[in-house]
Design a protein around this ligand. Structure first.
Ligand SMILES: [Zn+2]
Ligand SMILES: [Zn+2]
Length: 298
């Protein structure tokens, strides 16, 4: 299971209800939080939504526009003041730092993290120089096939776990014969990007797409400013075969718009669309049927 929480959902200028961009993706198996972008004021959002500084394993900054990284300075200082070990920090480039140094790694278009439970890959998007998006993918889980394990007892399960097989009478029962691997969940976060349909050749598929949706239907403005519209986000989600589309990085000129007003701009969509709001938590679970169940709390 994975839990996505939006700490900030505005674009370059915040509004009364939207703080600067920051998204937490939590792997519920390990408890690890990976934080994507740290706009100004993200520290307070971390406090408000009770994330816990010690739970944040890594921080990724998608690109060096100020709305995506200004909060990093203060956050790093807070870790130092409390004496908590800093998360691993991944940056697309060096950032000017006024107080003190901190260790970081450069983001490149490749696998950045390959842990026991999940992987994080980076890829280039179309925005400013060195702009990246990310794919977070939880790894599959081995599941027993109910009709093939009826004859097995506790001893057999211990054998299967420790040795990968068990002996039943004259037969050797191998774990691969009675289990299958249930796919993980693949989440794409575009960071800021203009419409980039060729992305499908790079990442092929995503179950959940979190897309730049700075503009709702001003195609020209979106193109000029290298951002996307909600309609383009839906097209990207369709190309990637997504089961859920989440719109974020919303311009403050839509502050008075209700979510229904925003999604109505996308027209008919067979993919469910969620408009991200600060504090919104979305839990994702792969069901035995193969479908993904999602639960939204605001
Ligand atoms: Zn931005
Ligand atoms: Zn930007």
């Amino acid at each position: 299971m994975i839990e996505i929480q939006f700490l900030g959902t505005s674009s370059g200028i915040p509004s009364l209800t939207r703080n600067f961009p920051s998204i937490s993706i939590k792997d519920l198996r390990s408890g690890d939080i990976n934080l994507f972008d740290v706009g100004e004021g993200t520290q307070r959002q971390i406090l408000r939504y009770g994330l816990g500084l010690g739970k944040i394993r890594r921080i990724f900054i998608s690109h060096l526009h100020i709305d995506h990284f200004l909060g990093l300075y203060g956050l790093v200082e807070t870790y130092k003041v409390y004496g908590i070990e800093l998360p691993e920090i991944y940056l697309p480039d060096r950032i000017p730092y006024i107080a003190s140094e901190f260790p970081f790694k450069f983001i490149r278009a490749r696998t950045l993290v390959d842990s026991e439970n999940y992987r994080i890959d980076a890829f280039r998007v179309k925005h400013m120089k060195n702009s990246y998006g990310f794919v977070f993918e939880s790894k599959g889980i081995r599941k027993f096939i109910p009709e093939r394990i009826k004859e097995l007892n506790d001893r057999d399960f211990i054998n299967l776990k420790s040795k990968g097989y068990t002996i039943k009478g004259d037969n050797i029962v191998k774990i691969d014969e009675i289990t299958y691997i249930q796919a993980g969940i693949r989440i794409l976060y575009t960071g800021d990007s203009m419409f980039y349909p060729d992305l499908v050749n790079i990442i092929e598929h995503a179950d959940v797409v979190i897309h730049d949706s700075t503009f709702l239907d001003e195609d020209k403005e979106a193109k000029d400013k290298k951002h996307s519209t909600a309609l383009q986000a839906r097209e990207m989600a369709r190309l990637l075969g997504a089961k859920l589309l989440i719109l974020t990085h919303i311009s403050n000129k839509y502050e008075s718009w209700r979510d229904e007003d925003i999604t109505s701009k996308v027209g008919n969509s067979d993919i469910p669309i969620v408009v991200a709001r600060d504090g919104m938590k979305i839990t994702l679970k792969r069901m035995d049927s193969g479908n993904i169940e999602y639960n939204i709390k605001i």
